[in-house]
Structures are given as C-alpha cells and as structure tokens.
Write a protein that binds this ligand. Sequence first.
Ligand code: MV4
Length: 497
Amino acid sequence: MNKILVANRGEIAMRVMRTAREMGIKTVAVYSEADRNMPFVRYADEAVCIGPAPSSQSYLRADKIIEVAKELGADAIHPGYGFLSENASFSKAVSDAGLIFIGPSAHSIEVMGSKIGAKQAAKKFNVPMVPGTEEPLKDVNQAREIARSIGYPILVKASAGGGGKGMRVVNTDEEFDDQVRAARSEALSSFGNDDVFIEKYVGSPKHIEIQLMGDQHGNYVYLFERECSVQRRHQKLIEEAPSSCLTPDVRKAMGECAIAAARSCNYYGAGTVEFLVDENLNFYFLEMNTRLQVEHCVTEMITGIDLVKEQINVARGEKLSFTQEDLKIHGHAIELRVCAEDPLNNFLPDTGKLEMYQPPKGPGVRVDDGYEEGMDIPIFYDPMISKLIAYAGTRDEAIDRLCRAIDEYYIKGIKTTLQFGKWAVNVEAFRSGNFDTKFIEKYYKPEYLQGEGNEEEEIAALLSAFAWHQASSARQANTKSTSASGSGRSKWKLSRS
Ligand code: MV4
C-alpha cells in the first residue's frame, strides 16, 4: 500500500495523513472549493478539488472520489468518520474498483447499519439486550401487548435511526398508538424506512462504548471503554477513557460482548460497540459503529496504540500486532470537543474568522485540529474545530490538566465550547463520576458561563476606568490650579486611552 486517498477533511484528514506519513505511505487529499486553503490540503502529497462547498457536491461524491483515487494511482481510501464512512455502497464500490477500503466490509456495515439487524446479530451471540423486540413492529395491538409485558415506560425506536432521531418515549397504554405512528412517520421522512421496534426505557443511563479491533484472520481485541455520557442532543461533548465507574469484571464482560457483536457480522477493522449502563452496572447493547470515531484519541492515549495504523495494517491483510494480554490501561485521558458553537445560545453553530488561534501545549496535552489562525470557519460542515485531549496518571490530574489547557487555548473571533468544558468537568457530579446521559439537562444553565473566558475584556474595562479616574483627578487638580492660573487643557484624550 503506497498511496492512500483520505475522503474527509479537517482534523481527521490531518490525523489519518500523519500516521500514513509515519508509515511511509503517500497521501491524497480531496477537498471542496470552500476548503481550498485548509491545512490538510497543503499537508497531503497530492490534492484534488472535487467540487463546490456543499457536502453533497463534494465529500459525499462517491463516484468522483473513486475516480480521483484511480487517476492518481491510490491503493486505498480512508473514509475517516461521518460522510461516506458508514456507507455500505461506498465500501463495495471502492472494492469493486479494485481499491482497498480502510474499514469493514460492506456486509458488516449493512448488518450494523440497521438497529434491528444489529440486535438480531448480537442476540445470536448472547450479547445482553434491553428487553424489547428484535423484529419490526407489524401489528400495533400485538406490539401493545408486548409493551404491557415489558412494562412502561418504553421506547419506540427507528431501525434505520441514529442519534436519537425517530425515538419516542411511551409512558402509558393510551399514548402507545399515537407515539408509534409518530415514530414511524419521522423514521420514514428522516430515513426512508419506517421500521420501528420497542425497548424497555432505561432511565438515566450512562453511555459507555467499547473500542475493538478485528483483523481478517478472525483475531479480535477490545481496547477498553470510553465514557461518553456528556452529550447534548446526542452530540458528544466530553469523552474519557477509562470510565470512572466500571469494575475490572464489568469491563472484561463488556469487552467480550463487544467482540461477540463484532464476530456476529464477521467484522474486521476498528469498530465501536455502544452500551447503555444503568446504576447497577447492568449493560445493554445499543448499537455498533462501523467506523473510527471522533473520540478514538482517548483510547490511543491510555493504550499507546495508534488506531489509524492498526486500521491500515488490517486493511492490507496483516494480523493484529498485539494480543489482548498485551493491552493494559495506563493513566486517564479526557477529551473536549472544541466546537464553534455558542453555549449561551443553545449551542447554535457560530461562524466567523479565527482572528486568534493558539492551541495549548505542554506535558500530556494533545490537540487534534484542522484550522489555522486567520481562517474562516465554513458554514457547510460540522462545527467541531478541534479535539483537546488531556492525559495524566489519574482522572483528577487529567481533569486539572484539561482545565489548564482550556485556559491556555487562545481563540478569538468565534464562540466555542471551551468554557462550557471547563465548567462541566468541575461540576461535583462530574468530578465524582456520578453523572449520566442527562448531565447537561440536570446541571447546565447558560448563566453559569456568563463572564467566563473574557478576562481580557474585563482587564480592558478596568484599565479604561482607571485611566478615566486618573484623568478626572488631574482635571480637578487643573481646575483648582486654573482658577488660580487660567490655563485649562483638556485631559479627555487620557480618559480614552
Ligand atoms: C435508549 C435510552 C434508554 N433506554 N434506549 C439515544 C440515541 C441512541 N444512541 C439510543 N439512545 C438511547 N437509547 C433505551 N432502551 C436512552 C438513550 C439516550 C441516550 C443514549 C446514549 C447517549 C445519550 C443519550 C441521550 C438520550 C437518550
């Protein structure tokens, strides 16, 4: 494998290309017109513009991307995350074009892309499930009987769903028909598929996911867990490894279940199995993500494994370079997604120019970013501009280091989630590990961030007030002396300095 085309942009494109370079593999970037000046375009050995800014005309143009890969003699395509990374047709089209897709087979993507298909596959391998159905609901009366037997509250979920879309909580029998109808209609309009199923509603669960790697020779390892419970509208904001609540036994059991789920679809490559975990550490299979995830970095920090390198090695047919016994947890890593969003305005995306952009440095600080100072944040793509990862020996030290790094992350020109992150990791419930997926709903209020992070403005205001005070004192002294001597030059310019 001599040349990889990275079918992505921003920080993950930089991330993949850095590992490729370390492996002596050439890289090709594909970019949209809006990304012409992005660092990843300059970093690649070759770069080709594949279309206008909108993703549908650029980063989702499967045919164009494969055409460029063949024209430039790339051996493989790495999809990153998002865009085409979990598109089974793209995986197949890449293979059909005689190229290597650095990811799982189209079959694995298809099986795990359907929530019902994933549950059916995982159930055959005895992976714990939330009580519910593993078939699409056909007869609403029969479904209501099942709901009664499970016991309310229950959830109606879209099989083709993701990120909470098409999910409805049903608290009573009376609501059942309407909520099923609503879930079906949202699923049909959002995903073109109205298959829904039901599950017992697990109240206030933690979201804990297991990173796994499988090769094309049947070998599997789990690289422990990541806790991703601090989410907002199903968008993760803070992730950490390991979780603060798992015991070694539960960790091992979850890891083995994740591998079982992978085996159920003959998985190979990097994958993540998501679980719901209740307060008694009972865990339930949620879904399997058939891609490298945004938050893979915290796993890399505690295991010392370069997951992109392992993806490339597996894709070119190599066996995993380590066994389960080789893997140990060292220290603690915590990641904050630095997003161009305004936490004071419902986390709405913010746009603008990075007038100042100086990432933090120092021991145990990793910044995976894709922009530079002076660049405009384009409106066309995900608002995440970087991932700030702090690594230390213990969880408390990692949190303290993250706070220091946040204080030294100088960004001007856009609003970001930096101050939200600092607030969040200092909430007692977070520090103690006693939090779940309702953390933001339970603890966050925008007013907690009022006045945070604008020390410079405060200093400027104080200096201005001090200068005004000085000037007015001088004026008064002048007035006294003028009334005696008659010369009254204004000191106004001083008060405005
Ligand atoms: C659940 C659940 C409680 N009980 N399923 C949200 C999106 C999708 N990943 C599945 N989700 C959930 N499924 C049962 N049976 C609660 C959630 C959920 C959630 C899960 C993980 C992380 C954040 C979440 C936020 C809200 C709801």
